[in-house]
Design a protein around this ligand. Structure first.
Ligand SMILES: Cc1ncc(COP(=O)(O)O)c(C=O)c1O
Length: 396
């Protein structure tokens, strides 16, 4: 056996970041519910308050359980620093509002998560921040727009819900050359499959609600990257107050212990489900980066260690009515607006990722009416496939 110096991702998922938070021999990080942290020594209080000494003052700012969660994901993403928020959207909005000023410009892609898209189209323009949304797979257009000058390049890969893939290294290089901060939403990939910082991004963020937590019982958001940038995001978030709750941090931390195990299973099952669907006569098209037929397969193979648990597929009968008939027939899946859990979850973008958008906006984004997003759980894949097979029988 070779001696390894740095623990691998599975080991890091279990052990990473916890040691300094274990109290009096406890083997698990405690949930510290205390809102405030008291000091009888006024000098010590002042030093902690001024950040000259480690410690906590008030729960809206920092908390030990939340710190442990941030530390684990920081290690998994190989980043200098991390900070969190109450939801994925909490960290995305805190990041954009912390880093951008009126008169500045963002270059992003059309296929970002629906909520992020609303920030780009509705909120940033109110602050005189210009946003250019490029065709997600047109790398030449994205690079041209970046080269015109911008302050933030915001990417997501694979995207929600059509699993489009962008070349992170290529676009991060272009962003750096333009002097922009490069941010990547890594929610679909997870740090087990992809580390955007090692591909050149400055910041990587997650809706921790999804695969990181993995059990659909806690909301959270987290961002990792350069210390100076993370501090700016943290400072804005401590003031806007979208703080991660210690109980949620505990649940996310516990969920993350099995992250690598879950993702390995989900990578493998999603590929088999995608292959099955691709061969089915009632299915028009399957979107999964692990399929050779996927436009981004080559880039995904270069930048990802696994293709993830998320796929989507379009029924041959392209109507919402077909979705209405099909979804209730699937037994081993929650029909719900979530993803990344141990249970399989299905839902159309119209009621999930793109519920914030109008039907016209969805059509403009190339999201067909019969598209179904499929978040592969950790069930036995044979059961998932035979379940889909019986559900698709109505189209025979
Ligand atoms: C890729 C992606 N980013 C961000 C978010 C927002 O996360 P949250 O629901 O935790 O606010 C989601 C939610 O589905 C998502 O899928």
């Amino acid at each position: 056996m070779t001696k390894s110096t740095k623990p691998q991702l599975g080991t890091q998922s279990v052990w990473g970041g916890e040691e300094q938070y274990l109290l009096q021999g406890a083997t698990q990080v405690p949930v510290v519910h205390s809102v405030s942290f008291g000091y009888h020594d006024m000098d010590e209080w002042m030093d902690v308050a001024l950040g000259k000494k480690p410690g906590h003052i008030y729960g809206r700012n920092t908390n030990p359980t939340v710190d442990a969660f941030e530390e684990k994901i920081r290690l998994l993403e190989g980043a200098e620093a991390a900070t969190s928020a109450s939801t994925g959207m909490g960290i995305i909005s805190s990041t954009l509002f912390a880093l951008l000023k009126p008169g500045q410009r963002v270059v992003s892609v059309k296929d970002t998560y629906g909520g992020t898209n609303v920030i780009f189209q509705e909120f940033l323009p109110k602050f005189n921040i210009d946003v250019t949304l490029c065709d997600t797979t047109d790398h030449d257009q994205i690079k041209r727009e970046i080269a015109k000058g911008c302050d933030v390049v915001y990417l997501e890969s694979p995207t929600n819900p059509t699993t489009k893939v962008v070349n992170i290294a290529e676009l991060a290089k272009a962003g750096k050359a333009a002097g922009a901060t490069v941010i990547v939403d890594n929610t679909f990939a997870t740090p087990i499959n992809q580390n955007p910082i090692s591909l050149g991004a400055d910041l990587v963020l997650h809706s921790a609600t999804k695969f990181l937590g993995g059990h659909a019982d806690a909301l959270g958001g987290v961002i990792c990257g350069r210390k100076d940038l993370i501090h700016e995001v943290y400072h804005y978030r401590e003031i806007n107050g979208a703080t991660l709750h210690p109980m949620a941090a505990y649940l996310l931390l516990r969920g993350m212990k099995t992250l690598e195990l879950r993702i390995r299973q989900q990578n493998s099952s999603a590929l088999q489900v995608a292959q099955f669907l691709e061969g089915h006569s009632a299915v028009e098209r399957v979107f999964y980066p692990g399929l050779e037929s996927h436009d981004g397969h080559e880039i995904a193979s270069e930048q990802m260690r696994g293709f993830g648990g998320m796929l989507s597929f379009m029924l041959k009968e392209n109507s919402f009515d077909a979705v209405r008939k099909f979804v209730p027939r699937v037994k081993f899946a929650h029909a719900a607006a979530n993803l990344g859990s141990v249970e399989t979850i299905i839902g159309p973008p119209a009621t999930t990722s793109h519920v914030e958008c109008t039907a016209e906006e969805r059509a403009a984004m190339g999201i067909p009416e019969s598209l179904i997003r499929y978040s592969t759980g950790i069930e036995n894949v044979e059961d998932l496939i035979s379940d889909l097979d019986q559900a698709l029988e109505i189209f025979k």
